[in-house]
Write a protein that binds this ligand. Structure first.
Ligand code: CDP
Ligand code: MG
Length: 875
């Protein structure tokens, strides 16, 4: 039976859509026992003492030479038949010189740390060393924090080894080419974490390589913590396993000096890279506003004035990358074959005229039945356009690209071969950066920090560094994260500069002053210290790690963050409620509901909604709403100031159009009370009904990429729900009918159950001591009023109680994603948030024949702030 189960699991695994690097998800929870020979998987995390005597003993055994009889001990060396040119290229990599040292260390130790400059060959070569040395008895697994690296590296290694992609494969959240024969598997760290949930001992793997450990992504950190225990367990069972941690910087003390993680410090092998000198040029002044404009000008200047050599530009995000690519292509057009399409010949004026024409069309409204969002007309003739989308141009929806500067006159004699590079770019597009540019052109790659350490682009001589990075920030008050652009760290800036000296001496142009550089932090902090951890805590509890505080984090999150996470999870019912003392020790065990929630790849608040979703056939709607809330920024940003007068009028028109559509999607009467979540549902429903075309999205102010992601996430969530609860049998319905009135009520209650800690109460007239509280709302944790955002469907309604998705601070503190709540639901649905008073005298208790219980009315208050709520019926 167990065998069958395992086989089923393997199949599932192969089929399963996997985790994205950024997503917090887990796969379907499994009730399968861990086949760990009776070793409780979590025993190893329970001990308060970092290195108990037994662990110490084990660790010592660890670091000593492994017994020679062990099954995965390399016995046979496997010959790899490389093409001569590949062999020649790899012999030039610094890591090759260290092959013997590395392989000896791996043979002698279970844990090895490998440091080496980017481009020294760690990612591409170490898996090959292991393969050749006979470690491929199981799978050699390599984790990357970024999808783009997992895909690109698997292709590269397959090519270098002259093996098919069925042997050297990859798996990322939504796709992969792993087969039963796979020997080397590149994957995102989230994918491996999910596999640990299915098989704690990772029995199919013989070696795990954690790559890019210096990035300190949350999943990488957690994986290292988990593997520090899994590897000894495997060794104990006679199924030896190796862990190799690879890092681009030499700051590895968080791993090597952490006795809780590795009782005996693992050996650190350093690979000296051949690096040519890079002259660093600082700007005299630091542009604070339009740094991407500055980047554009600097790149133009380098191209016009400096000798041949590739240019690598660092920006912070996809939109910036596209915008700068477009400006550069316009300034230095390059035509050849299909690239003609990439380098529009239009002058700025023609572009403007073109946009005007298009916008005129946009403004005319389709005929719509006001109450039925699924009755929107289907756009015809869009298939071609959709098929012809080019990642670099077509799918980009932002308007208002600044017109090409007159100062940067097109110079046809010097074509610039401009390529974008960022995480979400399709594999075919990103592979282009590794190929030599067309003869007679100069390569210019405009990238996000994916090019910092994950990928090495050949032939780069000049680096243009904007000095910034886009990071996810977490607001402790609202508990919601957001992306912000901030200064990068000195270590990152130096990594960026280093990209210029790979093949010959190079130059790095920093678009900030040396004083600003001096103020940068030395290293980027570990992501885990900057974000809420409720999703991680839930995942760990699902791995039966009850005392999360004892987990060997390379850098632990703050106790405050752990307590907040545990509290939220108890409130959501994902953890069992235990005595005060237990709770203080942060050791609440997971509940059956928590197990179900852990299997949904979304944040716990949303997972709770999914878990409740099957009532009244609401599941398809809950899935659509949760997907839309998880994918950020589904509406085009129309609030930004316009660049030109021309643009300002088009922006105004688009805003008017979007307001109109929002009103339409929000519906009327009952559905309006679901508020902004109804707008999301309406937008998803209408967009799917129209076939999710770029045209529909553009006309209706939706971001096409976001809508595509929602579509994929809906599929993934539907699979996850079906595997937890097969009897529900939910499916993705592209022609979803709008919810009925009673379904809307049900949806509002489900939303309340998930967002209970984001409850806000309208300030009553008699409380208006200060005029600033007019139309304001009170929240349990903030002293200041918060307001319903003007773009909200409930802006004019001002319901007495609402829940919100996030609080965003601009001119005021605005709630976004607002949904109205009936006060009497609060004590009934959020029982864990409420205090109940003594039974009320009137009306007196009564007998309920259907339940056989005595019932009475109790007063209730919202415990976080003592708000009076309606009396509630209690047993
Ligand atoms: O991991 P590390 O940064 O140490 O180096 P790597 O990614 O293994 O890259 C080693 C070399 O392979 C670099 O010189 C890259 O330019 C080259 N490479 C390539 O030409 N094409 C790829 N798709 C990947 C790497
Ligand atoms: Mg690498």
């Amino acid at each position: 039976n167990r065998k069958r189960k395992r086989r089923k699991h393997q199949e599932e695994e192969e089929a399963a859509a996997e985790e994205e690097e950024e997503s917090s998800g887990l796969d379907s929870s499994s009730d399968e026992e861990l086949d760990d020979g009776g070793v409780e998987a979590t025993d190893v995390f329970e001990s308060k003492e970092p290195a108990s005597s037994c662990q110490k003993k084990e660790a010592r055994k660890e670091s000593g030479p492994a017994p020679s009889k062990q099954p995965s001990q390399p016995a046979v060396f496997i010959h790899v038949d490389r093409l001569p040119e590949m062999q020649e290229a790899r012999l030039r990599l610094p890591v090759l010189a260290e092959e013997q040292v590395i392989m000896e260390a791996v043979k002698e130790n279970s844990f090895v740390v490998l440091c080496g400059e980017t481009g020294s060959g760690k990612t591409t070569q170490v898996p090959q060393f292991l393969y050749e040395a006979g470690y491929a008895s199981g799978i050699i697994g390599v984790t990357e924090p970024r999808r783009v690296a997992a895909v690109s590296m698997s292709h590269r290694v397959a090519k270098e080894m002259n093996l098919s992609t069925s042997l050297v494969s990859y798996q990322i959240r939504y796709e992969g080419n792993v087969t039963a024969d796979t020997k080397i598997k590149f994957m995102t760290d989230g994918v491996l974490l999910k596999e640990i949930q299915k098989d704690f001992l990772l029995q199919r793997y013989s070696v795990i390589i954690i790559d890019e450990a210096h990035e300190r992504s949350v999943y990488t950190d957690i994986l290292i913590g988990l593997l520090s225990r899994i590897v000894p367990l495997r060794n104990k069972k006679g199924l030896p396993m190796k862990l190799i941690v690879m890092s681009a910087t030499l700051r590895v003390e968080d791993f090597t000096e952490n006795r809780k993680l590795f009782p005996v410090p693992p050996p650190v092998i350093k690979v000296e890279a051949r690096q040519f000198p890079v002259s660093v040029h600082f700007n005299k002044r630091t542009p604070l506003e339009d740094y991407s404009g500055e980047v554009f000008h600097k790149t133009c200047k380098i191209h016009r004035m400096l000798p041949p050599g590739g240019i690598l530009v660092f920006l912070t995000g996809q939109a910036e990358v596209h915008s700068v690519c477009r400006r550069l292509r316009r300034a230095f057009p390059f035509r050849r074959g299909r690239e003609v399409a990439e380098a529009p010949t239009d002058t700025a004026e023609e572009m403007r005229r073109f946009k005007k024409v298009k916008l005129k069309k946009t403004v005319s409204l389709p005929r719509i039945d006001l109450d039925n969002y699924s009755a929107l007309p289907v756009d015809e003739g869009d298939e071609d356009r959709q098929a012809g989308i080019d990642e670099e141009e077509g799918s980009d929806l932002e308007l208002g690209d600044p017109p090409a500067d007159d100062e940067e006159k097109a110079d046809p004699s010097l074509p610039l071969y401009v390529l974008p590079l960022y995480s979400l770019l399709s594999p075919e597009q990103q592979a282009k950066v590794f190929r030599p540019p067309p003869p007679g052109t100069r390569l210019c790659v405009v990238a996000t920090n994916v090019a910092e350490t994950s990928l090495t682009i050949p032939g780069i001589k000049y680096v243009v560094d904007c000095g910034r990075v886009k990071k996810r920030f977490y607001d402790r008050v609202t508990g919601v994260s957001s992306f912000k652009v901030t200064w990068t760290s000195q270590a990152s800036a130096n990594q960026r500069a280093g990209r210029a000296g790979r093949t010959e001496p190079g130059h790095c142009y920093r678009l900030y002053s040396s004083a600003v550089f001096g103020d940068f932090s030395l290293f980027s902090e570990a992501e885990i210290t900057r974000r809420p951890v409720e999703d991680l805590v839930l995942q760990m509890k699902d791995l039966n790690i009850d005392k999360v505080v004892n987990f060997p984090f390379p850098t632990p999150p703050s106790t405050e963050a752990l307590v907040a996470a545990e509290q939220l999870l108890v409130s959501l019912g994902a953890l069992e409620e235990v005595k005060e003392m237990e709770r203080a020790r942060l050791s609440c065990p997971i509940s059956p509901l928590g197990r179900a929630m852990a299997s949904f790849p979304v944040a716990p608040r949303y997972a709770k909604m999914l878990a409740l979703g099957k009532q009244q056939d609401c599941l398809p709607y809950v899935i659509a709403v949760v997907a839309a809330m998880t994918v950020r920024e589904i509406f085009e940003d129309l609030d930004r100031p316009a660049a030109t007068e021309d643009e300002s009028s088009t922006l105004a028109q688009r805003r008017a159009r979007l307001t109109q559509m929002r009103r339409l999607w929000a519906g009327q009467g009952a559905s309006l009370l679901l508020g902004d979540l109804m707008v999301l549902l309406g937008a998803v429903g209408a967009c799917e009904f129209a076939g999710c075309t770029p045209k529909f999205c553009e006309e209706n102010g939706l971001r096409y990429k976001a809508m595509l992601e929602i579509r994929r996430l809906r599929g993934q969530l539907t699979n996850a729900v079906n595997s937890v609860c097969p009897e529900v049998g939910v499916f993705v319905d592209s022609k979803m009918a709008p919810p009925t009135e009673s379904q809307v009520v049900c949806l509002r209650q489900i939303v309340l159950a998930g967002l209970g800690d984001h409850l806000a109460r309208r300030v009553q007239q008699e409380e208006l001591l200060d005029p600033k509280w007019r139309n304001g709302y009170k929240t349990p944790l903030l002293d200041e009023p918060v307001y319903i955002h003007p773009s909200s469907a409930l802006f004019k309604t001002l319901p007495p109680f609402v829940v919100y998705q996030e609080v965003l601070e601009t001119t005021k503190m605005y709630m976004k994603g607002v949904s109205a709540v009936e006060p009497e639901w609060v004590p009934q649905i959020l029982t864990r948030y409420c205090h109940f008073g003594s039974p009320l005298e009137v009306p007196s208790p009564w007998f309920c024949p259907s339940t056989g219980r005595i019932k009475c009315h109790c007063t209730s208050t919202f415990f976080r702030c003592g708000w009076q709520l309606p009396a509630v019926e209690m047993d």
